[in-house]
Design a protein around this ligand. Structure first.
Ligand code: HEC
Length: 117
């Protein structure tokens, strides 16, 4: 209970409580194409040009939003921020709504993440 409350407060403090906004797959696709995310993350965002670039296609939209937000928040927020020069510069111009749209688009892409048993 206490943990849930603290989590909710922390998430809302960096804007994650806004996930209920309807995200647009089409707008997300336009943003991804304009920024040419595929130049690193590969065709369909599923074939990275180097193994250090993660596969994205099919990932949960909430997770994509969270990750993009973390790059934007930066590592000044040691608890939630991500410090990566490449992605940090990629997300600079994106609004919260943009990052949600990108999440919706990426989640809609066919990917090959698998659960190994
Ligand atoms: C110049 C190469 C490059 C470009 C262009 C690029 N990325 Fe990335 N991306 C990376 C690298 C490198 C990482 C891993 C960074 C790290 O270690 O945190 C990454 C990580 C990510 C992650 C985190 C994935 C995870 O599983 O946590 C997301 C989401 C992401 N990129 C989305 C995008 C989107 C959306 C765009 C276009 C707006 C984009 N990237 C453009 C190189 C790139």
């Amino acid at each position: 209970m206490k943990v849930a409350l603290v989590t909710a407060v922390l998430l809302s403090s960096i804007g994650l409580a806004n996930l209920a906004n309807a995200a647009s797959v089409d707008k997300g696709q336009a943003l991804v194409e304009k920024a040419n995310c595929a130049s690193c993350h590969g065709a369909g965002l599923n074939a990275p040009i180097l193994p250090v670039y993660p596969k994205l296609a099919g990932q949960y939209s909430d997770y994509i939003y969270y990750a993009l937000k973390a790059y934007k928040v930066g590592n000044g927020n040691a608890q939630y921020g991500r410090n990566n020069a490449i992605m940090g510069s990629q997300v600079l111009a994106f609004s919260d709504a943009d990052m949600q749209d990108i999440g919706a688009y990426i989640a809609s892409l066919p990917g090959n993440f698998v659960i190994k048993k």
